[in-house]
Every structure is written in C-alpha cells, then in structure tokens.
Design a binder for this molecule. Structure first.
Ligand code: ADP
Ligand code: MG
Length: 260
C-alpha cells in the first residue's frame, strides 16, 4: 500500500500534513530508523493533543480566556504568589481538592480561576465553567423536568468545575439543597474552584439556612486551599491612575490558608 493511503487509512492526519518536514528533518539529523519512527509518531501525538486541548477549551465554556502569565501579581500584594504557582502545578486536581477564591469585585478572582483551569485543560483534564446563576438555572430546570439525576451526573464528570460568583444572589432553600447535592456528589471525586465576594461567615445568608451552609462549607473546605484577596479592583486601576478616584487603600498583610 502507498504511504499516503496508509496514513489516511490509519487516520494519522497530523503526520500526513507534516510528512515532508518530518522526513527532511530526519535526513538532516541523520536519524536511525527507531529515532525516525519516534519522531514521526510524536508529530501525530502532538497534533492530536493540541486538537484535544482546543476541544477541551470549547467544552469548558469559559466566558473569556486569561492566563496566569497575564496576571500582574505586583498589583495584588496580598495574594500569595507561591501558593498560586503551587496550585498551577495541579496536584489539587489530581487529589480532587478544591480552591476557594474570596475577595471584593475586580480583584481578579475570575481571572485566576480561568487561568488555573487553563493549566488543567492544557494538562488534559476536562473542565467546565459555570456562574452560580447558570448552575442554578440548570439544576432547577432539570428538577422540574424530572432529569435531575442525569444532570447531576453530567456535572460530576468534569475533573475541574468552576463555580463563579457565589454570593451575589441569595439562593432559595430549594437551590441551596440542590447546591449541596452537587457538592456531596463531587466530594473527594473531582475538584471545584469557587469564587465569592462574601466571607465564609456570610455564607449562612447566601444559603438562608445556617445548617445547610455549615454542611456545604464542611464538604467544600475539608480539602481546600483558600485564597483571600484583599487588594483593590483592577478595573479601577486605570481610573485611579488618571486621577479620577482617590488614593488606593493600603495593601493588607498576606492571608492564605490550606486545609488538607
Ligand atoms: P473578579 O472576578 O474578582 O471580580 P476579574 O477576574 O473579573 O475580577 O478581574 C477584572 C478584570 O481585571 C479582568 O479583565 C481581569 O483580567 C483583570 N485583572 C484583575 N486583576 C488583575 C491582575 N492582577 N493582573 C492583570 N489583570 C487583572
Ligand atoms: Mg468575577
């Protein structure tokens, strides 16, 4: 059989597309047969992995794309840079641990959540991004349409689930109990990144039930790293620079806790 036909039949499309380059490089570097074969297969593997990454980014439904490299740590001195770098190593995803990002609006919670999730996507993990509002719409609709079980299963599947903006809207009792069911399902199976503008003390108000809030915090925080960002809004930075606003508040001392 001819080489191009073989490549096509075996669906080695990335190798097929780069065949001439791979062969030229092999000749140039005087590779032996095994090294050439490894080079050729690696070309195919890399192509597939890259395509997988693109597919996982789409599946994640990020509202926008941001990376850790784009995050200005100088601007946010209260944030423990070393801890963020450690999280970017993704052992929390491997161990199904959680990350909680707390802080006022504009300090980069969503940016950091997306940036960490991008690392996970690049490492081959499945990721899903939902605002709390999207999550609640999905769960309550599923319950009313009698397919809650299936929806919960779908939401356990992503190895990393981001739940963004917990605390902007209070949840009804039904919503809070749905939230708890999701958390209990994912507990010790898959990771969550939760962002919130409310401190843990105020979570009772969000869920309008202190017993449920305690149960939720218990599951969420048992294996979790909490980053408490205390700086000012990045969105206001430019305005402040232009002198449209007053002086920036002094940065607070570092605060980060890890519970395992
Ligand atoms: P939050 O979720 O805490 O309200 P965002 O993550 O949405 O804040 O940040 C608001 C905007 O400012 C985004 O466009 C984000 O990329 C940017 N941003 C926030 N903090 C930083 C930072 N330290 N360095 C670079 N960009 C930042
Ligand atoms: Mg946000």
């Amino acid at each position: 059989m001819e080489l191009t036909a073989l490549l096509e039949k075996m669906k080695l499309e990335h190798l097929a597309a780069q065949l001439d380059t791979v062969c030229e490089q092999a000749a140039g570097r005087d590779l032996d047969f095994k090294a050439f074969l490894a080079q050729a297969l690696e070309t195919e593997y890399r192509g597939r992995f890259q395509r997988g990454t693109e597919a996982r980014i789409k599946q994640a439904r990020f509202p926008w794309l941001k990376t850790l490299e784009q995050f200005d740590f100088e601007f946010q001195p209260s944030l423990d840079r070393k801890l963020v770098r450690e999280l970017a190593g993704l052992s929390f995803v491997e161990r199904a641990h959680n990350v909680v990002l707390l802080g006022p609006p504009g300090v980069g919670k969503t940016h950091l959540a997306i940036a960490l999730a991008m690392k996970a996507v690049e490492a081959g993990y499945s990721v899903l991004f939902l605002t709390l509002e999207q999550l609640m719409t999905r769960l309550t609709r599923a319950r009313h349409e009698n397919r809650l079980e299936r929806t919960l299963q779908q939401l356990v599947y992503p190895k990393l689930l981001i739940l963004d903006e917990l605390g902007y809207l209070p949840l009804s009792r039904e919503e809070a109990s749905l939230f708890f069911r999701l958390l209990a399902r994912r507990y010790e199976r898959a990771s969550l990144i939760v962002t919130s503008n409310k401190s843990f003390l105020d979570w009772g108000e969000i869920f309008q039930d202190h017993v449920l809030a305690t149960a939720i915090l218990d599951r969420l925080l048992h294996h979790a790293t909490t980053l408490n960002i205390k700086g000012e809004s990045y969105r206001l930075k430019e305005k402040r620079r232009a002198g449209l606003l007053g002086q920036a508040p002094q940065p607070q001392p570092e605060e980060a806790t890890t519970a395992n």
